[in-house]
Ligand binder design. Structure first.
Ligand code: NI
Length: 400
């Protein structure tokens, strides 16, 4: 499961006692038959005379197995009439499904029966579908306080199968770690952003160091320089930036960089970083071709967000500048909602719109951009070797 798309095969096998079916039919009669079987199935089985109970039982087994195999993608509860076992001209049984099953490509069944038992086997083949890695989102933001768990469940259902929750001050970093601890598919970063250093002593970085020891923490960030919002404290911003780069080096973690109206100073600091082998990510990359060129030269990854879909955005030349093996996609949720949804709260599903735009400019399919950016994100965050597990959806409570 690493962005290559999934081809899931599920088998459901069941053994049904013929006697049990026979007793039910004798006891409950027509009503039972009509609940479980379709008219065609009843006609077929009745025509088998002495063997009819074996045929009923085999169909019963097939329906049970089908429910088991498909239940994850079926809407609504158990309804026996959704499935019908048909005999094809070649004599093989076929399963007709009377509703749409999400992402189902094909289903094969086999049924068999002897004197006492009937059994069925169902093999469901699922369509390949692209999986996405949202490399930067803030589910620790208060805009998700009302429905955080619901949204996280939804994005996972929509094939966002990895995501990094980004910290920006001590409290949000603590919360990012907490969220990552609750959900297997979510990772965290911890750091103090240039817009959150007011009233902080440099020694407080020790709190970030302590948080970074958690094994779901994949980077130090977001850190950097922001002269758009804060021009008065440039020296202090630089000090926090450098100290946190040193922390990342000490812990062997990449960095996630926030840079706004501070390109020259940011590049200057990065060029002189203590360990030049350590890399990172330019998040929500400003669409500045020169910055991108320099950042790529330094070995950094470039993460694009919804702003590439905005009108007048210089997305084309910026995206063209980044080699495929350095491209990441992100949402920066709940902010920076891409077109055509601008104005709404953003969530990770919309990372697909970012992928679409990049695919269009690079002349590739969305699935290809999904796969490439997925592998890039796993590489830079050094999580490619961690085993993907089905998520646990536990209750999270924010502690404030
Ligand atoms: Ni951010």
């Amino acid at each position: 499961m690493n962005g290559k798309g999934k081809m899931k095969i599920t088998c459901g096998t069941d053994i049904i006692e013929i006697e049990r079916i026979q007793k039910s039919i004798e006891k409950l009669g027509e009503k039972f038959l009509q609940t479980i079987f379709t008219e065609d199935e009843i006609a077929y089985c009745e025509a088998r005379k002495a063997q009819k109970y074996q045929h009923y039982a085999a169909r019963f087994a097939a329906k049970e197995a089908a429910f088991k195999a498909l239940s994850g993608n079926l809407k609504g509860g158990m309804n026996w009439q959704l499935f019908e076992v048909k005999k094809e001209k070649d004599g093989k049984p076929k399963l007709a499904i009377k509703c749409n099953v999400k992402d189902l490509e094909n289903v094969d069944i086999s049924i068999s029966h002897c004197k006492q038992y009937a059994t069925a086997n169902v093999v469901a083949t699922w369509k390949e579908s692209a999986q996405f890695f949202d490399s930067h989102a803030h589910y620790n933001d208060e805009k998700f306080d009302e429905d955080r768990e619901t949204v996280i469940q939804q994005i996972h259902n929509e094939n966002i199968t990895k995501m990094v929750c980004i910290g920006y001050d001590i409290e949000s970093s603590q919360f990012a770690v907490k969220i990552a601890d609750q959900y297997d598919f979510i990772y965290a970063t911890v750091g103090i952003s240039p817009n959150d250093i007011d009233n902080l002593q440099i020694a407080e970085i020790d709190k970030i160091r302590a948080l970074a020891k958690n094994n779901k923490v994949v980077a130090i960030g977001e850190i950097g320089l922001d002269y758009y919002w804060n021009k008065e404290n440039k020296k202090s911003q630089q000090e926090f930036f450098v100290k946190q780069i040193e922390l990342a080096d000490e812990l062997d973690l990449p960095i996630v960089i926030h840079c706004r109206d501070a390109v020259m100073d940011t590049l200057e600091i990065l060029k002189h970083r203590i360990n030049p082998k350590k890399r990172g990510i330019f998040h929500c990359c400003m669409l500045n071709k020169e910055l991108i060129k320099e950042a790529v030269k330094l070995g950094f990854y470039i993460s694009f967000s919804g702003n590439i879909t905005f009108k007048n955005a210089k997305a084309k030349e910026a995206i063209e500048e980044v080699p495929l093996d350095k491209i990441l996609i992100e949402t920066d949720s709940p902010y920076l909602t891409p077109e055509p949804l601008r104005g709404q709260r953003n969530d990770s599903q919309n990372v697909k719109l970012v992928a679409e735009k990049i695919a269009e400019i690079k002349g590739l399919k969305v699935e290809e951009i999904a796969k490439i950016s997925y592998e890039n994100a796993e590489r830079i965050y050094q999580i490619q070797n961690k085993i993907y597990k089905e998520p646990r959806f536990k209750k999270i409570k924010q502690q404030k």
